[in-house]
Design a protein around this ligand. Structure first.
Ligand code: DQA
Length: 147
């Protein structure tokens, strides 16, 4: 059984209430349940963390060392600004997948650029809650490839 850290960044605790036309109408609790179910099907164990604090997200990434074989992260607004999160991902040397509910390429110009993307294996964007499930499948492939 492989372990995957799933991180949700700022404001994602308000999913379901926050701009549902953009992010979908599922709550974070419902999305996390879907993540747990899919992980089980794929033979993965997940640790799911949501925080509105950049430092807490950094701590969770550091704590993945020695436990997780991959990281799935929706950095939310930090996607576009956080050198700190990018450095943390690079520091732990675990394969990371960047996830977005909305299609950031189809939104405001400032959302087109991800500071985090170069530290990740790839990005899944625009499939609302399903982005996380696709990321889990990708994570399993990555883990299997490494052996
Ligand atoms: C988001 C996209 C970001 O631009 C935004 O700041 C978010 C959510 C997404 O999942 O679509 O908070 O990461």
């Amino acid at each position: 059984m492989a372990n995957v850290l799933v991180l949700h960044g700022p404001n994602l605790n308000l999913l379901g209430y926050r701009e549902p036309h953009m992010y979908g109408d599922k709550t974070l609790a419902q999305i996390n349940e879907a993540i747990e179910d899919e992980a089980k099907q794929l033979g993965l164990t997940v640790r799911i963390v949501q925080s509105n604090q950049e430092g807490d997200l950094v701590d969770a990434i550091h704590q993945a060392i020695g436990w997780a074989q991959a990281i799935i992260i929706n950095p939310a607004g930090y996607t576009h600004t956080s050198v700190v999160l990018r450095d943390a991902i690079q520091a732990v040397r675990l394969p990371a997948i960047e996830v977005h509910l909305s299609n950031i390429a189809a939104r405001e110009e400032f959302r087109h650029h991800s500071v985090i993307a170069p530290a990740c294996v790839g990005q899944i964007s625009g499939f609302q809650w399903m982005s996380y499930l696709l990321a889990l499948r990708a994570a399993r492939e990555l883990i299997e490839k490494v052996g």
